[in-house]
Design a protein around this ligand. Structure first.
Ligand SMILES: O=C(O)[C@@H](CO)OP(=O)(O)O
Length: 246
């Protein structure tokens, strides 16, 4: 018995296009992002990898990506579960800041530490900041909702949901789609593949291309995760890695 898991990062968002740190800011998909999501669903259909249940974050770029992909795969009818634990990493005071300007202002080392270090979070966002989620009703029930997060924080808040909701769906034989974000999926991939704290720095997830895993009974991948469009993924991974650079 192998478990079937598909990870899908949302398609290009308005702020991916504008090259702004996004985090918990709830931005929309661009037209290109919508097309990527649809293509993601077509790839699933072509390969016969048909989700039985979908898990998303509480952010519209992931929710809309899931809907567009599932519509294209003719699976819009499957049950859906949403949880803040799948949200993008909270980017703290960097939310809303231009990536290229931040790189220029603070230098490459600080910029990459904030973006990709495992355990150094950016400065916390002020509750009065225009890009704070302090008063967002969808997060009102979270105790100590984050004001910034590093990848380690994301892993720690994502894992309880993996255990309580995603694993049981896999165990019951369902093909599970997780539609989420660059950094919440990096956390999930780190955990799945046992990637070290140092090596996760170099892992980037492209937008809109399904990443397919088959897992054994211990939830370990039986082989490396497979991008359903490997050529497009290669180019897109490079582009994510180089964001901010001129
Ligand atoms: O801005 C963000 O929230 C993320 C994802 O778009 O960016 P990065 O890849 O720089 O972590």
């Amino acid at each position: 018995m192998t478990y079937k898991l598909v990870l899908l990062r949302h398609g290009q968002s308005d702020w991916n296009e504008k090259n702004l740190f996004t985090g918990w800011v709830d931005v929309a998909l661009t037209e290109k992002g919508q097309a990527e999501a649809k293509r993601g669903g077509e790839l699933l259909k072509e390969r016969g990898i048909l989700p039985d249940v979908v898990h998303t974050s509480l952010q519209r770029r992931a929710i809309n990506t899931a809907n567009l992909a599932l519509d294209a795969a003719d699976r819009l009818w499957i049950p859906v579960k949403r949880n803040w634990r799948l949200n993008e990493r909270h980017y703290g005071a960097l939310q809303g800041k231009d990536k290229a300007e931040t790189l220029e202002k603070y230098g490459e080392e600080q910029f990459m530490t904030w973006r990709r270090s495992y355990d150094v979070p950016p400065p916390a966002i002020d509750d009065n900041d225009e890009f704070s989620q302090a008063n967002d009703p969808r997060y009102a029930d979270i105790e100590n909702a984050p004001r910034t997060e590093c990848l380690k924080d994301v892993l720690e808040r994502m894992l309880p949901y993996w255990e309580s909701d995603i694993k049981p769906d896999l165990e019951s034989g369902k093909t599970v789609l997780v539609a989420a974000h660059g950094n919440s999926l990096r956390a999930l991939v780190k955990n799945l593949e046992g990637i070290s704290d140092d090596d996760i720095v170099g892992v980037n997830i492209p937008t809109g291309i399904p990443l397919y895993y088959e897992l054994d009974e211990n939830f370990k991948p039986t082989k490396a995760g497979e991008y359903l469009d490997p050529e497009a993924a290669k180019e897109a991974i490079k582009a994510v890695a180089n964001q901010g650079k001129k």
